[in-house]
Write a new protein. Structure first.
Length: 154
């Protein structure tokens, strides 16, 4: 028994529409349940308004020659700040916003001063994977700004 073409072609259209509805349904469910998809930058409007100021600070930080060495473990993150002469930056005020790239909506903040070796330690725990650290270091000479992505590699 042959199926007439006047039934096959409308059936194909409904089949394609049905497949499209299924794909959209899966996408909507994934977007609402997966944490990394549901991320929006907090305070985005305020960040956009002061973008010129932030861009100048980033450029000044790049030109300063300062570096931040980062070591991430599951227990803590240790960072060391050095100036253009590779000397430790001591007693500088440090503010860090950090989060895992697996769950960017779960953010934490840290404030401290660098020690006599230019180091500071952020207590964990840190889940395995990559993390982003947005660092602001204030000294009388410079307001240093840097974003660093680092992984604990465990």
């Amino acid at each position: 028994m042959k199926i007439p073409s006047k039934v096959i072609w409308p059936g194909m259209v409904f089949l394609l529409i049905g497949a499209n509805i299924c794909i959209v349904g899966v996408t909507v469910i994934a977007a609402n349940t997966e944490k990394s998809f549901a991320f929006t930058e907090p305070d985005y409007y305020a960040s956009a308004v002061k973008w010129d100021e932030t861009a100048r600070a980033i450029e000044a930080s790049r030109n300063s020659g300062w570096t931040v060495d980062t070591h991430v473990t599951s227990a803590h993150t240790r960072m060391c700040v050095k100036d253009e002469n590779n000397a430790p930056v001591t007693n500088a005020r440090v503010m860090v916003d950090y989060f895992s790239l697996l769950d960017p909506s779960d953010r934490s903040q840290f404030e401290s001063n660098t020690d006599h070796n230019g180091q500071f330690t952020i207590g964990g725990p840190f889940q395995n994977g990559a993390h982003e650290f947005r660092i602001r270091i204030n000294t009388p000479e410079l307001n240093f700004v840097r974003s660093i992505r680092a992984s604990n590699g465990e």
